[in-house]
Unconditional design. Structure first.
Lengths: 391, 76
């Protein structure tokens, strides 16, 4: 059997695939329902938005609590600064995403589909609107597009529900999670758009998809999105992105909520959610960031911590004040040099912040910082005072 | 067996007023920014009265009692 890939089909530069071409290439939309839920459980598909939650289990939970009123949210907020994969998918294969959302809706008895798209992703918004317009009436009537603000936390699943309900894209206190009580109080299934595209293929073949989308960023010659066979070594992904443009120091795996790995150890890592999990790592949202030896890791980490602190939705004290304090301490070390007191404060405040937000934003930031301090321990321990440096 | 309770904080509602930690320092301390850190686990019988007061006196209704759940043992 020929291997189906997410980006199979017409050349990507020709823009969004039209419904007619999509249907000719892949055949009609298969049926959703309990059988598809079991296929998804069996194939072990996990979410591609970052949390890697098993899709089949999520569907079972929402189907059980649905009572015919469930809601499906296709999450294309893509607020992760270096990630581009969701936009690429939305602008080239919109009907895969809509197929996946319709299959989800049929399987969990949902009547509404919300296409939640980052407001700054103009081409994606255009492509998805056009794709919705091409769909038959009974499908189109279920769908609406909601533009998400360009904030990091806007992609949090509880924030997607909050925006749809109230117009405010900030996370809410869990429990209840969206799958227990989401849009308008109904059980709500929130999926990253790539996850839905995988479902569109799995429903047609009955077998697991073998590829995934990743974004290679940082010190490579041609940064961008790749569709890779799961299990591809990380070094090969970097080669496919034109190779390192400068000797690499380390790799940030999984975006800003991800983990740092020394370059030497990173090259042989298999790009596969399950294999990485066994190593205590995560593919997260699929961003592979290459840090060159020309950049100071401490300064880089301080910059990302400042970003994450500024992206707190400022609802929970430990996140709002804690991340700011952590970012400030990192910045002091970066600008004025290591102070043992600051190192101790980083440790203490990390422990105080962890697990104390309504959403996972503070946890993601703290885990990122801890991984940085572990991987760049020597750099943090003896960082020189830098001359004023624009970073 | 008697019912066991634990304290939970709604992090979004919590304003860091700190009354709870004054009423029940045995189980609640404040972090570096004045927000409560709760000792995990069920509330000992002899502290239940104070725990109820901590809940009732919170000016923003951010802290509550709920039936203890065995699995979670993380300070919140």
């Amino acid at each position: 059997m020929s291997l189906l890939r997410l980006l199979s089909g017409p050349d990507l530069s020709t823009g969004p695939e039209r419904l007619r071409d999509h249907a000719n290439r892949l055949g009609p939309l298969p049926k959703g329902g309990p059988a598809l839920i079991e296929v998804l459980v069996r194939t072990g598909l996990t979410g591609r938005g970052g949390a890697a939650f098993p899709v089949g289990l999520k569907w079972r939970a929402v189907a059980a609590g649905s009572q015919g009123t469930a809601v499906v949210i296709a999450n294309g907020a893509e607020g992760e600064p270096h990630s581009k994969k969701d936009r690429l998918l939305m602008t080239t294969r919109p009907h895969l995403i809509l197929d996946g959302a319709l299959l989800a809706a049929a399987s969990v008895h949902a009547k509404q589909i919300v296409l939640y798209i980052g407001e700054a992703h103009h081409a994606a918004l255009r492509s998805m609107s056009q794709a919705v317009a091409e769909r038959p009436d009974h499908e189109r009537r279920m769908m609406r597009i909601v533009a998400a603000p360009a904030r990091y936390v806007a992609g949090d699943s509880s924030a997607t529900v909050h925006l749809v309900d109230t117009g405010i894209a900030t996370p809410t206190t869990a429990p209840p999670s969206p799958r227990e009580r989401g849009v308008g109080g109904a059980a709500t299934l929130v999926h990253n758009v790539e996850t839905l595209a995988h479902i569109a293929l799995i429903a047609r073949t009955g077998v697991a998809t073998e590829t995934l989308l990743i974004t290679v960023a940082g010190a490579v010659r041609t940064p961008g999105v790749l569709e890779l066979q799961a299990g591809t070594p990380l070094s090969e992904a970097v080669q496919l992105a034109g190779g390192a443009s400068y000797p690499a120091r380390a790799v940030l795996l999984g975006g800003y909520f991800g983990q740092w790995v020394e370059a030497e150890a990173a090259w042989s890592l298999p790009i596969d959610p399950h294999a990485l999990r066994e190593r205590g790592l995560s593919l997260g949202c699929g961003v592979i960031g290459v840090l060159p030896t020309s950049h100071c890791p401490v300064c880089e980490v301080a910059g990302i911590m400042r970003f994450l602190a500024s992206e707190s939705s400022a609802q929970c004290g430990p996140c709002f004040f804690g991340l700011r304090a952590l970012a400030d301490a990192c910045t002091r070390i970066a600008e004025r040099g290591t102070d043992p007191g600051d190192l101790q404060r980083l440790q203490r405040w990390s422990a105080e912040v962890l697990g104390r937000g309504a959403c996972k934003h503070p946890d993601g930031a703290v885990m990122f910082l801890r991984s940085a301090m572990k991987t760049f321990g020597d750099d943090f321990a003896q960082h020189p005072a830098h001359q004023r440096r624009s970073a | 067996m008697t019912k066991q309770f634990e304290l939970v904080v709604d992090r979004i509602k919590c304003d860091g007023r700190g009354l709870c930690a004054e009423i029940l320092p045995e189980l609640i301390r404040l972090d570096s920014w004045g927000y409560p850190i709760i000792t995990p686990g069920p509330i000992p019988e002899h502290l239940m009265g104070l725990a109820e007061r901590a809940v009732d006196d919170c000016p923003v209704l951010a802290i509550a009692l709920r039936r203890a759940q065995a699995q979670k043992a993380k300070p919140r």
